[in-house]
Ligand binder design. Structure first.
Ligand code: FMN
Length: 193
């Protein structure tokens, strides 16, 4: 099977229902391209936003992952800390999902998997997308950061002189991959003057 234990590394990818679902799709395409093992959960709102905001179909996105789970499937292997994974990325991450992770309210597979990552001290990256932010959002970000997560908002960058939306998307994906220590050349690194 494509991606199966290829690099001895396993990544859980969660796509939740915020604007910017394209970020999750582009991350999966990159990982598919390097044959990386991925376990995917797409929330129900994200399944509606994918065809609304992008040119992709949900079925195409699911096929990019090594394995895809239903978000209600709390019997899935990734719901348990005994199943070995290395890290998880929620990309994009809604304020609702952020709130669920911050409060430990694990009533779906995405939230449970993130909870497991934190309790097992595994890397958890949240590409939290909302603007402007309320104090509740900011406090939830502080809470998950204290618990060990990395909050990585999809913030625009201009020093690399982007010309297309694709350049901006690649910059965010590159930053996520950097935190995961996955080699990439998706954006121009700052070399100094
Ligand atoms: C088109 C669209 C765009 C949305 N964008 C955002 C967003 O950028 N950030 C956010 O926190 N919620 C956003 N929402 C609201 C979430 O989809 C909603 O809170 C949902 O309950 C999140 O559930 P989930 O986290 O399980 O996917 C958006 C909803 C729609 C329909």
């Amino acid at each position: 099977m494509r991606g199966q234990l290829s690099m001895g590394k396993t990544l859980i990818v969660g796509i939740s229902g915020s604007s910017g679902v394209l970020l999750g799709i582009k991350l999966l395409e990159f990982l598919w391209g390097i044959n990386y093992e991925t376990h995917l959960i797409i929330t129900s709102p994200a399944e509606s936003i994918i065809p609304y905001e992008t040119e992709y179909e949900v079925e195409y996105v699911k096929k990019l992952a090594t394995k895809t789970y239903d978000n209600s499937d709390l019997f899935a292997p990734i719901a348990s800390g005994s199943f070995r994974t290395d890290a998880m990325v929620v990309i994009p991450c809604t304020m609702k999902t952020l709130g669920g992770i911050a409060s430990g309210y694990s009533d779906n597979l995405l939230l449970r998997s993130a909870d497991v990552c934190l309790k097992e001290r595994r890397r958890l990256i949240l590409v939290a997308r909302e603007t402007p932010l309320s104090l509740i959002h900011i406090e939830n970000m502080a809470k998950v950061t204290r618990a060990g997560a990395v909050v990585l908002p999809p913030v625009l960058s201009f020093y690399s002189k982007p010309k297309k939306v694709e350049d901006m998307v690649n910059y965010i994906i590159g930053k996520v991959l950097d935190v995961l220590e996955i080699e990439n050349k998706l954006y121009e690194r700052w070399k100094g003057d």
